[in-house]
Every structure is written in C-alpha cells, then in structure tokens.
Design a binder for this molecule. Sequence first.
Ligand code: ADP
Ligand code: 5GP
Length: 205
Amino acid sequence: MSLGSVENSSPARPDAESPQSGRLVVLTGPSGVGKGTLVRHLRDRHSELQLSISATTRAPRDGEVDGRDYHFLDRDDFESKIAAGDLLEWAEFAGNYYGTPKQALDEQLDRGASVILEIELEGARQVRGRFDRAMSVFVLPPSFEELEHRLRSRARDTDEAIAKRLARAREEVDAASEFDCAIVNDDLETALAHLEHNLSLFGAI
Ligand code: ADP
Ligand code: 5GP
C-alpha cells in the first residue's frame, strides 16, 4: 500500500507573543520510519537546533550512551518522576516508559534555542494539549512494506519488538492528519528539504 498520497503541508506559524523564546518542534512517526536519521542530518546542517534527551525504561542498545541518547531509568525512578511532575509528557510504548524531562526543555527554550522532541503519538498529543506554541510534524513511511524492511535492516530489535512496533505503526499512521504537517520519508534528501522548509517557515531554523 502506498502512503505517498497522505502527504500534506500547512506549517504552524511562529508565536508572535514571545519572540525571545525558542521554537518547539514535535517530530512523530512510526518506529523505523527514519526520524532519528532525519534529525541527525538536520542537526548536522543546523547546529543551532537542540534535541531534547528523553527518559526511558528501555534497555540501552549497543552504542547508546546514558545522558546522550536517553536518560536510562528503572521503572521505579521513572514512576517517581511522573509523580513529581518532572515530565512534560510521558507514554508507554512497546512495553517501556518514555518521557520528556520538563526542566531541561524549559531551560533550552528560555535560552532561545529551538528544540526538537522526537516522540511517539500519545506524547505528541499531550504536548499539543499543554504547549500551544509547538509545531507538530508527522513522518510517514512510503509504505508499510518499506517500514518493515527498514526495521529489519536496522537490526537493532528482536522479532517480537519489531512485531509490536509494526502493529503500533498502523495506529500511528492513521493519526497523521492531526499534525501541522506530514512528510513522507521516501527519498531522504526530498524529505529533509520538506522538513527544512517547514522548520524555516516556523522560525525554528
Ligand atoms: P526511527 O528513528 O524513526 O526509528 P531510524 O532513523 O533509526 O528510524 O531509521 C530506520 C532505518 O531506516 C535505518 O536503518 C535508516 O538508515 C533507514 N532509513 C532512514 N531514512 C531512510 C530513507 N529515506 N530511505 C531508506 N532508508 C532510510
Ligand atoms: P526507541 O525505543 O526506538 O528509541 O523509541 C521508541 C519510540 O519512543 C519512538 O517512536 C520514539 O519517538 C518514542 N520516544 C522517544 N522518546 C520519547 C519521549 O520522551 N516521549 C514519548 N512519548 N515518546 C518517546
């Protein structure tokens, strides 16, 4: 099934009331669609863009570093952060908690930095409810077949984890129209150009 026809584009506008504050960009899309790849290229080209470092109870993958890729926590510590109100949003995804530390994000935005949150659908919905100045972007795969191929070729997850991620992907893709814009990550350079165009209109780069 081709998903290319779902692409649309209507970027949010910069918040004229708080020109000093940085822009918040929420990037969502199924696991394996290429969010991390897009963000890596974007940050290579736009060093001013910051990435929020999430907390998670997922085990680190090979090569992942605590404090750089994620703050890796056990479930008790994560639940304490929820109880203390330390997270802007949080969700359970494929059996693990994920959430955005509030204080670090506030500090980045107060410094005037533009920040990207790379988060799943439930978290993106919470941010929309709590943060009216964010621009939300949904990244779509060209097809579910290609998504599965990317998940398998990345070779970072077990078959069971991949199956959970694919099942969740179908629900997430149905929500793409809730976002300010949707970008199909088929050809990487084309997707990057769309993303840069929208971020530039929003004032984030
Ligand atoms: P996510 O962060 O959304 O889970 P990744 O960035 O880890 O996804 O990408 C998943 C896999 O797909 C990686 O192996 C990556 O190299 C590959 N990939 C990303 N974008 C593209 C693209 N436009 N075309 C082909 N492969 C891609
Ligand atoms: P992964 O385990 O592949 O790193 O991430 C799994 C999913 O969790 C991805 O869709 C990713 O975007 C999402 N995710 C990462 N950090 C956060 C977060 O802080 N909050 C939420 N809600 N989702 C997150």
